[in-house]
Every structure is written in structure tokens, then in C-alpha cells.
Design a protein around this ligand. Structure first.
Ligand SMILES: [Zn+2]
Length: 238
């Protein structure tokens, strides 16, 4: 997501985000020949809103949300911006690949609501069985995965460390299960493990630290709250 500010004409309530592509010429076929048409959206915008009150709105990091994948070219997404004094929600829409991005300012606050974290139990079970079949019984592995899933679901997603990468979809968050969390889970929920088995499992997670397949995930719902009001606008996935 871009860190460039959006330009907001307060008077007309129109938003625009300028990039170097705005100065790119357009090519039109005319009588069997290509004709180059020079264009500059930024100059056109500044001309249309000459003398109006313009403000720069900077995107707030970590606020971007959409129910559709990042790679999806036509989607609806939301993020928060600030002019340094107030926060606003921006709705970004692109209806077709031929269409340009459109931005709309929505008064209010974007609230992201992560679900309880979960792990991919079958994948973890399969991998642990493959690695540790010689060291511990499958019953112990199954028990550990169940205990881990249960313990992870009780963790507060807002306090967990987010993975240092983005998932393919903004509404899926990945969390790192660090050694402190794993150690606590191993000690409290699986007392039947020997010290060696605990070490093997800890080592497994240390080795697979950056692997999304062994991280906890949460699905993120979102809604727009009107500031100073309890009324909420439920935003349903498109
Ligand atoms: Zn204007």
C-alpha cells in the first residue's frame, strides 16, 4: 500500500492519488494508426480545484483492509488516513480493470476485529508425525496438536506478534508463535512430555519460525464506527 498522501479537495469532497502514471500518455487507434495523447491527471485536478481548500491525507500504517486478495485487480478496500488533526476512512474502489481507482471519504473510524487465533491442525499433525514418528507416539503428537490449538484459541490476537510479511489477503493475519508462548503451552498443557520431547518440539518451531504453515492465523472482520456515536456501519465482504 502506498505511503503517498491523497489530495483532498475539502470544498468539493473529492479525493485523488497522484502517481507517475498520471503523466503517462494514452494511445488511441485512429484510422489504423496509433495516436499519442498527452495527459496529466494531476495538472487537470489542480486546474479543476484551483483556489479551493486542498489537504493532504496520509495513509495510516496497518489500517488497510479488504475481504479480497491483494492481487485482485478489481476490489473494494478501506484504510484510514489523517491530515494530522483528524482521522478519516477512505473507501477505495476499482470496478473494472479498465477503470481507474476511485477514492471516497467516509466519516468515522475503521475497526478491525480479528477472530480467535487458530492453527492448521492437520498440516501440523502430518509434519510432526513425519519428523518425530521415531521419537514419540502418534497419540502424544495428536494430543500436543489439540492442546496447542486450544491454547492458541485463548490467546489475544491483539497482543500476539504479527508475522513480518503480509498474507495474500488483507483479512487474514499471521502470528508468530514464539518460544515463550510455546514453552508455556508445552509445560502447562502436556505434562506427559519428557524433557527431550519438549526440546524436540521447541526446536521444530524454532526451525520453522518463518513458515506460515506453522503459524497461528486469524480472520479479520471490519466495521466503520461513527466517531462520537455508537452507531456502526457493518461492512459486509463483497
Ligand atoms: Zn474542489
Amino acid at each position: 500500500m502506498t505511503k503517498k498522501p491523497l489530495t483532498w479537495c475539502v470544498q468539493c469532497n473529492v479525493l485523488a492519488l497522484f502517481s507517475h502514471l498520471d503523466q503517462a500518455p494514452e494511445y488511441h487507434a485512429e484510422g489504423g494508426q496509433w495516436k499519442v495523447v498527452e495527459r496529466d491527471d494531476q495538472v487537470a485536478f489542480m486546474h479543476a480545484h484551483r483556489g479551493h481548500h486542498l489537504e493532504e491525507l496520509y495513509p495510516i500504517e496497518g489500517s488497510f483492509i479488504s475481504s479480497q486478495d491483494y492481487a485482485e485487480p478489481t476490489k473494494v478496500s478501506y484504510f484510514e488516513v489523517t491530515n494530522g488533526r483528524q482521522r478519516f476512512v477512505v473507501k477505495k474502489v476499482r470496478k473494472s480493470v479498465l477503470d481507474t481507482q476511485r477514492y471516497e471519504l467516509i466519516p468515522g473510524k475503521l475497526r478491525l476485529i480479528p477472530s480467535e487465533p487458530s492453527i492448521d491442525c492437520p498440516a501440523l499433525q502430518e509434519e510432526l508425525t513425519r519428523e518425530f514418528a521415531r521419537h514419540m507416539s502418534s497419540a502424544k503428537i495428536d494430543r500436543f496438536v489439540q492442546d496447542l490449538a486450544e491454547a492458541v484459541s485463548c490467546l489475544n490476537p491483539r497482543k500476539l506478534k504479527r508475522a513480518p510479511f503480509e498474507s495474500h489477503n488483507p483479512s487474514t493475519w499471521y502470528f508468530i508463535l514464539d518460544q515463550r508462548i510455546l514453552g508455556r503451552i508445552l509445560r502447562s498443557s502436556s505434562p506427559s512430555f519428557t524433557e527431550r520431547e519438549v526440546k524436540l518440539l521447541q526446536e521444530f518451531f524454532r526451525r520453522n519460525y518463518g513458515d506460515p504453515g506453522f503459524m497461528a492465523t486469524a480472520k479479520v472482520a471490519f466495521q466503520i464506527e461513527k466517531v462520537g456515536d455508537d452507531e456502526k456501519t457493518q461492512v459486509s465482504p463483497a
